[in-house]
Design a protein around this ligand. Structure first.
Ligand code: ADP
Length: 576
């Protein structure tokens, strides 16, 4: 039975100890059984049979593994040995040239590992039943020597792989390249772990603050004989709790067909899931290791081995535990780097925004200030009948400065806190009604129709009444301001199952596509001369957007130049 990354089962080991043991068995058999020739041949990875221990000359072995089944089939079973008389030789008890006596040496799974071959009996006779029994014992010895050697070799191989994996991850911890995304580092390491631990696949799940545990990296051995192994999505939500428990105990969990380590059997659901998972995906075991740093468990790696693969040795588990700590360190550093980068980007953006604001504010205040200074100079020399006109111009500039300063203050207040603290249920329909009442006269004077559509019952959102009032006021104010006389303006408040939608739609000058992306920025005023003809600070919509966002909502705009504008504010409905 093959499993990825393990020693090929067709290859028999021939380390010094094994060869010496087999030679001893060969010598003893030849001596006790009275054979001039005895040899043990082992199966090589390429299927050839190679003599590793022998005494005497002659008695070559069949060339390869392919010939052996036919040989066994045609031979007469003599206990552990098989005997095939030479073609045409008489059955007279004597040994004839071409007589074949051999024992297949098999491992615990029944796979052929070698052949034990005997020839040229000193007595010149074919072995009698008593001798055959004794020879059987020798073959048994040879067989178990090979099985022991195989096991020794397998464990040594596992240890070598575990050491290599550990060294690899440790090196990666020290050399995590700044620009390489952590996912790709982990995927690369994952592939190495798949090879070194003889895994079918592994998954690394990263734990987020929201309790989610998405798969960050995945690696799998190329499996040609079976469909790819998938991680049962039902495991995903259990990972954070299981991994945290294991991290606290600094333990590794293994759920296998014949092995259990640190499995919380009282947690019946994931245990039942694991049982089914092994059966469904034809797996031998799944191992889950927590990844963390300090007291914090950050992620989990799940490793699976296909059915028939070896059990986890203590040394391998120890290696996985260390790897968990090293991978944890990689994740921890990557997360810290990521936070630093985000913070830096935020700070840079904030700094740039601040400089831009200062420049814009100075510019915006400079214009009315210049106008005031010029007019005051004019006032000194103006004819008395013109003074009132000059002062009126000064007053307009002062008013403009006052409104800019007032809007700036509001904007500053809105930015102070993301989430207004003293929020209450607010009836948005009532606010809309008040605003429409308040501006109704002014609109009427310009021949504008203001139509309000909202339910008679309160439409509640959670928030700040004064701020929400400002939102409605600004939007309706703009609709009036940017509509030609005689137009129609619709104001609506509609509840949906999750939201409350405030709509302010006009048939005014509209906003072209380019401007639509910018009108919510501070001080932006459309260059459209029809818009410029109206007074304004360019701060109204920036304030609106900030209020809406800190109420957990969003604002949308639909418009085209000359075809009116529809603003839609969506706020979460008050939780009842
Ligand atoms: P302002 O004080 O200039 O009205 P706002 O931030 O409220 O500032 O609006 C920014 C710009 O968006 C306005 O200058 C105007 O060009 C455009 N705008 C806002 N509302 C409308 C609307 N209903 N119709 C057409 N253009 C509008």
């Amino acid at each position: 039975m093959t499993h990825p990354g393990a020693v090929s089962p067709a290859a028999a080991p021939a380390d010094e100890v094994t060869v010496a043991t087999l030679q001893l068995i060969v010598d003893a058999t030849a001596l006790l059984g009275g054979f001039g020739r005895a040899a043990i041949h082992l199966v090589r990875p390429d299927g050839r049979l190679e003599e590793v221990a022998g005494i005497g000359d002659g008695a070559e072995c069949p060339d390869g593994l392919d010939a052996v089944p036919k040989l066994i089939e045609r031979a007469e079973p003599w206990g552990r040995f098989r005997f095939r008389p030479a073609d045409g030789a008489p059955n007279d008890g004597r040994w004839h040239d071409g007589d074949l006596l051999f024992a297949p040496l098999v491992d615990a799974s029944g796979d052929l590992r070698g052949l034990f071959r005997l020839d040229r009996p000193v007595s010149g006779r074919r072995p009698d039943p008593a001798l055959r029994d004794r020879l059987g014992l020798c073959a048994e010895q040879a067989g178990s020597a090979i099985v022991t050697a195989l096991e020794r070799e397998r464990v040594a191989e596992q240890v070598r792989h575990a050491e290599a994996a550990r060294a690899l991850v440790r090196r990666a911890t020290h050399h995590v390249a700044g620009d390489q995304p952590v996912e790709s580092i982990l995927t690369e390491l994952g592939e190495a772990l798949v090879t070194h631990f003889g895994l079918a696949a592994l998954w690394i799940q990263l734990f987020g603050e929201d309790g989610e545990a998405p798969v960050l990296a995945h690696a799998a051995a190329p499996l040609t004989e079976r469909p790819p192994i998938t991680l049962d999505p039902r495991f995903v939500p259990y990972a954070p709790a299981i991994a945290s428990r294991l991290w606290a105990e600094q333990a590794i969990g293994v759920y296998g067909r014949g092995e259990r380590h640190h499995v919380d059997e009282s947690n019946t659901e994931p245990v039942a899931l694991a049982e089914r998972y092994l059966a469904d995906q034809d797996l031998e075991s799944m191992l889950y290791a927590p990844l963390g740093a300090g007291s914090e468990c950050l992620a989990q790696v799940t490793m699976v081995r296909t059915r028939g693969a070896p059990r986890w040795t203590g040394l391998e588990i120890e290696a996985v535990r260390e790897i968990g700590r090293d991978l944890g360190a990689i994740l921890f550093n990557a997360r810290a780097d990521q936070r630093d980068r985000e913070l830096l980007a935020d700070l840079r953006a904030l700094d740039a925004h601040k400089s831009e604001m200062v420049a814009t504010v100075s510019h915006e205040l400079k214009n009315p200030l210049t106008a005031i200074l010029t007019n005051l100079e004019l006032a000194e020399t103006a004819a008395p009948e013109n003074v009132a006109q000059v002062l009126a111009a000064v007053d307009r500039s002062v008013q403009r400065m006052v409104s800019i300063v007032a809007d700036l203050r509001t904007l500053g207040e809105m930015g102070a806190e993301d989430d207004p603290a003293d929020v209450v249920p607010v009836d948005l329909a009532a606010i809309a009604r008040d605003v429409v009442d308040l501006v109704g006269d002014a609109a009427g004077r310009r021949g504008l129709t203001l139509a309000l559509r909202c339910p008679a019952d309160p439409v509640l959102v959670t928030g700040h009444a004064a701020e929400l009032d400002r939102v409605v006021m600004n939007l309706v104010g703009n609709a009036i301001k940017y509509s030609p006389d005689g137009g129609r303006i619709r104001v609506g408040v509609q509840p949906t199952p999750d939201e409350v939608v405030l709509t302010v739609a006009d048939q005014g000058i509209g906003i072209d596509e380019e401007d639509q992306g910018r009108i919510f920025s501070e001080f932006f005023r459309s260059p459209n001369p029809r818009a410029r003809a109206e007074p304004g600070t360019g701060l109204g919509l920036a304030i609106v957007r900030r209020i809406v966002e800190r109420h957990g909502g969003r604002i949308e705009l639909e418009s085209a130049l000359g075809a009116g504008a529809t603003f839609r504010v969506r706020l979460p409905r008050e939780a009842r």
